[in-house]
Write a protein that binds this ligand. Structure first.
Ligand code: ATP
Ligand code: MG
Length: 397
C-alpha cells in the first residue's frame, strides 16, 4: 500500500471503530493502481458530515453542502466525503439535490468513469463493482453506465474524458467516444472556470497531442472560448508535442501563436477567465517571441529573465530547434547586467523634478527610460552624481 494511504489508515480505523464504513476512493486509488505519483488521498464514508465531525476533535467545514469535511489529525489534513447521490441534474451541470446515503456501491455509481469508481478499504481490498481495474489494465476510459446519460447529467465529464486521455494516455471506449460526439453541444452549459481547469490539465498531459486531436474529431473544440472558428489553427497546433514545452503558460503561448494575433491575446485569455497576472505574462512571452531579439540587453531587462527564457523556449520549440544554447546565452547576458530591476536605478521621478524645476509629467518616464537604457548598455554608471551630469549634458531635463 502506498505510503500516503498507510499514513491515513488511522483515520479510516477511527471512523470504522465508531460503527461506520470508510474507504479510499477516486483519483488516488486509480493512480496507485497505475503506479503514478499520488498527491493526496480522498476518503469516502457512510458517516454523515455531522457524524464525521463528532468523531474527530479538529474539523473544518470545507464543502459541507457536498458532504466534505476536512479533518486535521497529527498535523495532516484529510478530506472526508460522505457517500452521496446527486439526484436530477438541472441544465446539464447542477445536481438539484445532493443526498447523503449509506451505500458505497451507490456512491461509486454516481462517479464519472469506471477507473474513478474504485474504492479501497483498510485491508487494501478493492471494491470495484463496475470493472474499473479491468478498464485500467486495458487503458480504457469508459463511463459508469450509459455514456449519453452520464454526459447529459454533467457535460464537464466530456472534458474530463479528454484530459484523462492526455494525462493517462488512455483511449476512450467506442461508446464513450460516440457519446462525446453526440453530446458535444451540452458543453455550452458548463461554467468556463470548470472547463479551464480541465483544459489546462489536458494541456499538461503527456499525451496532449492525441487529446487535441480528439477535441477536433469530436467537435468539442467549438464550445471552447474563442475556438469556434479555429479548426485549422488547432490542427496546426496538434502537430506539435506540447508535452515538450516547459510549463502551462508556455503551452498557452504556443497555442495562441497559431490561434490569434498578439493584440487579441488579452481578450482571448480573459474569456478563459485566466488571472490578469498570468494573462500579462503569457502576452509578454508572445510579444518577445514575435520580437525575437533575445540577446538585446534592454529587451532582456524589460522582460525579465523568466519571461525571456520562456520566450526562447517557445520560439525554438516552434522552429523545432533546441533552445539550450540560446537559454544559456540569455542567462549569461542577464547575469552581466548592472541592474536587474528599475527600482535599482539611482535616481527617481522626485529627484528629476527637483533637478529640473519642471512640473511632473510624461517627461519623467521618458527621461528615466533613457537613463535606464544608458545604464543597461553600460554607457552610464549607476550613481546619482554621474546621472545628474548626464541629464544636464544631454539636455534631458
Ligand atoms: P486528479 O488526479 O486530477 O485529482 P481525480 O479523478 O481525483 O483526478 P477529482 O476532480 O479530484 O479528479 O475528482 C475526484 C473523484 O470524484 C473522481 O475520481 C471521480 O470519482 C469523482 N468525480 C469528479 N468529478 C466528477 C464529475 N464531474 N462527475 C462524476 N464524478 C466525478
Ligand atoms: Mg483528485
Amino acid at each position: 500500500m502506498n505510503e500516503l494511504f498507510v499514513q491515513a489508515l488511522p483515520i479510516l480505523k477511527k471512523i470504522e471503530d465508531n460503527g461506520f464504513e470508510a474507504v479510499f476512493v477516486g483519483g488516488s486509488v486509480r493512480d496507485a493502481l497505475l503506479n503514478r505519483t499520488i498527491h493526496d488521498v480522498d476518503i469516502a464514508t457512510s458517516a454523515t458530515p455531522d457524524e464525521v465531525k463528532s468523531i474527530f476533535s479538529k474539523t473544518v467545514d470545507v464543502g459541507i453542502q457536498h458532504g466534505t469535511v476536512l479533518v486535521i489529525e497529527n498535523g495532516e489534513s484529510y478530506e472526508i466525503t460522505t457517500y452521496r447521490v446527486e439526484s436530477e441534474y438541472v441544465d446539464y451541470r447542477k445536481p438539484k439535490e445532493v443526498k447523503f446515503i449509506r451505500s458505497l456501491q451507490d456512491d461509486l455509481q454516481r462517479r464519472d468513469f469506471t477507473m474513478n469508481a474504485i474504492a479501497m478499504n483498510m485491508n487494501g481490498d478493492m471494491i470495484d463493482p463496475f470493472g474499473g481495474q479491468q478498464a485500467i489494465q486495458r487503458a480504457m476510459i469508459e463511463t459508469v453506465g450509459n455514456a449519453n446519460d452520464r454526459f447529459s447529467e454533467d457535460a464537464l465529464r466530456m472534458m474530463r474524458a479528454l484530459r484523462f486521455v492526455s494525462q493517462l494516455s488512455f483511449t476512450c471506449s467506442d461508446e464513450t467516444l460516440q457519446a462525446l460526439k453526440d453530446n458535444q453541444d451540452l458543453l455550452k452549459n458548463i461554467s468556463i472556470e470548470r472547463i479551464t481547469a480541465e483544459f489546462e490539465k489536458l494541456l499538461c498531459g503527456v499525451n496532449v497531442q492525441e487529446a487535441l486531436q480528439l477535441l477536433i474529431d469530436t467537435n468539442l473544440f467549438t464550445y471552447l472560448p474563442g475556438f469556434s472558428d479555429k479548426k485549422n489553427e488547432l490542427i496546426q497546433v496538434a502537430q506539435y508535442d506540447l508535452h515538450k514545452v516547459c510549463n502551462v503558460d508556455e503551452k498557452w503561448a504556443v497555442l495562441l501563436y497559431y490561434v490569434v494575433n498578439l493584440n487579441e491575446v488579452e481578450s482571448f485569455l480573459r474569456a478563459w477567465r485566466l488571472p490578469v497576472k498570468r494573462i500579462r505574462h503569457i502576452r509578454a512571452i508572445l510579444q518577445a517571441v514575435y520580437h525575437e531579439n533575445y540577446d538585446d540587453k534592454m529587451t532582456l531587462f524589460t522582460n525579465g529573465i523568466d519571461c525571456s527564457l520562456s520566450a526562447i523556449r517557445v520560439s525554438y520549440f516552434l522552429k523545432h530547434q533546441d533552445s539550450k544554447q540560446a537559454e544559456e546565452q540569455a542567462i549569461e547576458i542577464w547575469n552581466s547586467l548592472p541592474i536587474h530591476d528599475s527600482s535599482q536605478v539611482n535616481v527617481n521621478g522626485t529627484l528629476l523634478t527637483e533637478w529640473s524645476n519642471r512640473e511632473k509629467g510624461p517627461w519623467i518616464r521618458e527621461t528615466l527610460h533613457i537613463i535606464t537604457t544608458k545604464i543597461i548598455n553600460e554607457e552610464l554608471p549607476n550613481n546619482t552624481e554621474a546621472i545628474y551630469k548626464e541629464v544636464h549634458r544631454c539636455n534631458l531635463i
